[in-house]
Design a protein around this ligand. Structure first.
Ligand SMILES: NC(=O)c1ccc[n+]([C@@H]2O[C@H](COP(=O)([O-])OP(=O)(O)OC[C@H]3O[C@@H](n4cnc5c(N)ncnc54)[C@H](OP(=O)(O)O)[C@@H]3O)[C@@H](O)[C@H]2O)c1
Length: 270
């Protein structure tokens, strides 16, 4: 719609242009008013890292952002974004707390959420994942955050997503969840993301008939608290990652549902 509007204003050059433009604008006004209703995005784990950047960039677009954090009281970076963009709301959420997820979903019942982004994730500590020395006690926690949390979020918020315009559930997965491209290491984390991929691929089939798009996006190799002390040439910033992820989400539609792509839009092998 916006592109069509720009094309019209650029090509009108006759003396009748102002009148013509007024007529065109009158026809567009209802749509422009609708455009003022900005979309809504919910991002889990948005107090730092990639989630923080996703929240920031959507807020800069003027969207309504529901930014969740386990501890809002210490989410200072998020509060700084909110100070500039008051349409961002900060809400407390631990994705392993299913009762809290249900409470929050009930608060948003009847309100559209265009994009639910399941971003919160943990590695469990790669040193606990070495074969022969695995600390299998961390596995349930990694699974609870990386697989069960996103699944519970999708189920709880499905009605709000279903009544939105964009109808997207996007999961921040990882290239490390690709079975086809694995090269060892990090077994606990990798298998949790592979499980997330299967869960969401499956759910995408269930939801396709409702026109709901389910996406799996790998954010790249990003310098965040997730990769402490690592600074390798192929790594990108959270800002770059979020920019790529948002561009991918913009293009993601029902025809792509259930696919596994990178922040560069390239498909990953399962
Ligand atoms: N960084 C990378 O290279 C990379 C690569 C591939 C995929 N990813 C994925 O990208 C996503 C974001 O990672 P990141 O790099 O931004 O990591 P990060 O800097 O460690 O941030 C992780 C976020 O998840 C939140 N979180 C952890 N456990 C949670 C829980 N139980 N409930 C709610 N929130 C929780 C954290 O909140 P607290 O501050 O409260 O801990 C934090 O906001 C993750 O899913 C990760 O697997 C990252």
């Amino acid at each position: 719609m916006l592109n069509r509007f720009l094309n019209i204003t650029h090509t009108v050059s006759s003396p009748f242009a102002p009148a013509l433009l007024a007529v065109v604008l009158a026809g567009l006004l209802p749509n422009l008013a609708q455009a003022a209703e900005e979309p809504t995005v919910l991002v889990t784990g948005s107090n730092r890292g990639i989630g923080l950047e996703l929240a920031r960039q959507y807020a800069e677009r003027g969207w309504n952002v529901i930014a969740t954090a386990r501890k809002p009281e210490v989410a200072d970076d998020l509060k700084a974004i909110q100070a500039k963009h008051p349409k961002l709301v900060i809400v407390q959420l631990d994705v392993t707390d299913h009762q809290r997820i249900d409470e929050l979903a009930a608060e948003y019942q009847g309100k559209p959420i265009d994009i639910l982004i399941n971003n919160a994730g943990i590695s469990g500590g790669h040193e606990k994942s070495k074969f022969g020395e695995m600390d299998l006690d961390v596995y349930p926690q990694v699974h609870a955050v990386n697989v069960v949390g996103p699944t519970k979020m999708a189920e709880a918020f499905i009605d709000s997503v279903a009544i939105s315009d964009q109808k997207k559930i996007i999961n921040i997965t990882s290239g490390q969840g690709s079975i086809g491209r694995t090269w060892g290491c990090c077994s606990i984390y990798r298998s949790s993301k592979a499980a997330l991929n299967m869960m969401m691929r499956n759910i995408s089939i269930d939801l396709k008939k409702q026109g709901i798009t389910v996406g799996l996006v790998s954010p790249g190799f990003v310098r965040t608290g997730f990769t402490p002390g690592l600074d390798l040439p192929m790594m990108i910033t959270a800002e770059e990652s979020a920019r790529g992820v948002i561009a991918v989400i913009d293009e993601y539609d029902i025809e792509d549902t259930g696919t596994f792509v990178g922040h560069d839009g390239k498909e990953w092998p399962w």
